[in-house]
Design a protein around this ligand. Structure first.
Ligand code: F2R
Ligand code: MG
Ligand code: MG
Length: 349
């Protein structure tokens, strides 16, 4: 489909859920042989499976809150979103949330709370979380707001409800921008895609808070820009090992060690790769490759899935995978609603 087509919206939201559900199998594993990944994926084609046997985790649980809030309020409403996060956690606490964010979600359920951003600011002795929990749920902002400035503004505010460290919320901005550009067809020109992300993040990271956090955490002056330069170097190389990707970009729970990695997975899998079945299309390659990195596989595959889904569209996703994943069919229905809202907002409605 053309830029911002319905197929791209459906692809982005559904493939994000798939990455989470399918990737959950390997979350936290240090080494994941590609053979195990391919075995896991071929198991999804088994006709006896289906009916959402693979459960979604916190990544999708929180993304669903963002989607419902944006649709119900026809835009961003931090009070409504905070309430939904808190309610979702109290209803289903066993979805594998990060250890720190649980405190925020409990505080957000208090009726006494006057500032919904305060619990996040109190995390980690006032430094805030730099985990990837803000980034993993950010795709719906790109699927709602046509204007790039709105995508950045609301991705940041949406993440800050739980992640007040700039290394957390700037990761959410980067992930939302990657989905935004992919939705416009920008992955047809991969070098231009990565250069656009670098240019945007140069601006995003050009402020006092970001510089201060980077200094305290002993990171580069503009940590996400520095990682994106590494992504560009790696994508220009003819051969890259999994070990090099992990050591250059990371596969961990911090936004800095997972958002640029997810972006690399998408770029790397735009073309057929050794070790991946020839029968696979780009979307399948992206999910498989994300899992083979090990570490925070559900979240890296969720983020890579959303970016790749916005590029390839819904037609690229195997039906059998959709049937196996809890919440994938709901995501498909919601993608259509978001598509409508996006086009209403683009006409100034
Ligand atoms: N948490 C997991 N997976 C591991 C265990 C699952 C579960 N306990 C189980 O066994 O079922 N996955 C999910 O968490 C990630 C998203 O986490 P989020 O929302 O960012 O959480 P949090 O707690 O804010 O941050 C995660 C950890 O990062 C470290 N950290 C963050 N900021 C820090 C800071 N300023 N200083 C020091 N450490 C910091 C802490 O260890 C946090 O707990 C996703 O992978 C999702 O799938
Ligand atoms: Mg998870
Ligand atoms: Mg995870």
């Amino acid at each position: 489909g053309g830029p911002a087509s319905l197929s791209r919206f459906r692809g982005a939201l559904v493939a994000g859920v798939l990455g989470d559900c399918i990737g959950g199998e390997f979350e936290g594993a240090e080494e994941v042989p590609m053979e195990s990944v391919l075995q896991h994926l071929s198991g999804l084609e088994d006709e006896t499976k289906g009916n959402g046997v693979l459960e979604y985790s916190d990544d999708t649980a929180m993304t669903r809150c963002v989607v419902q809030s944006l649709l119900t309020r026809a835009g961003f409403d931090e009070q409504d979103l905070a309430r939904r996060f808190a309610k979702e956690y109290s209803t289903s606490p066993g979805r594998g949330y990060g250890n720190g964010v649980i405190q925020v979600l409990k505080k957000l359920s208090s009726s006494q709370l006057s500032d919904v951003y305060q619990p996040a600011r109190d995390q980690f002795n006032g430094r805030g979380s730099f985990g990837n929990g803000g980034a993993m749920r950010t795709a719906p902002f790109a699927l709602t707001f046509p204007d790039r400035a709105d995508v950045k503004r609301f991705a940041r505010l949406g993440a800050m409800l739980t992640h007040s460290c700039s290394l957390g919320y700037n990761g959410a901005i980067l992930q939302a921008l990657a989905v935004h550009f992919s939705l416009q067809g920008a992955l047809d020109l991969p070098l231009q895609f990565i250069n656009s992300l670098i240019a945007e993040m140069e601006e995003v990271e050009d402020n006092k808070d970001a510089r201060n956090d980077a200094r305290i955490l002993k990171e580069a002056e503009k940590p996400f820009c520095e990682r994106l330069h590494r992504v560009r170097d790696l994508m220009n190389r003819s051969k890259v090992s999994i070990e090099e990707v992990i050591s250059e970009l990371g596969n961990g729970i911090a936004a800095l060690h997972s958002v640029p990695t997810a972006i690399f997975c998408v770029l790397h899998c735009l073309q057929p790769r050794e070790g991946l079945p020839e029968s696979y299309g780009g979307l399948e390659r992206t999910i498989a490759y994300s899992l083979a990195l090990g570490g925070d596989t559900d979240t890296i595959a969720c983020m890579a899935g959303a970016i790749a889904g916005a590029h390839y569209g819904i037609e690229a996703i195997p039906q059998s995978w959709i049937r196996c994943c809890e919440g994938a069919e709901d995501a498909d229905v919601n993608a259509e609603r978001l598509h409508k809202l996006y086009h209403q907002l683009s006409q100034g409605g």
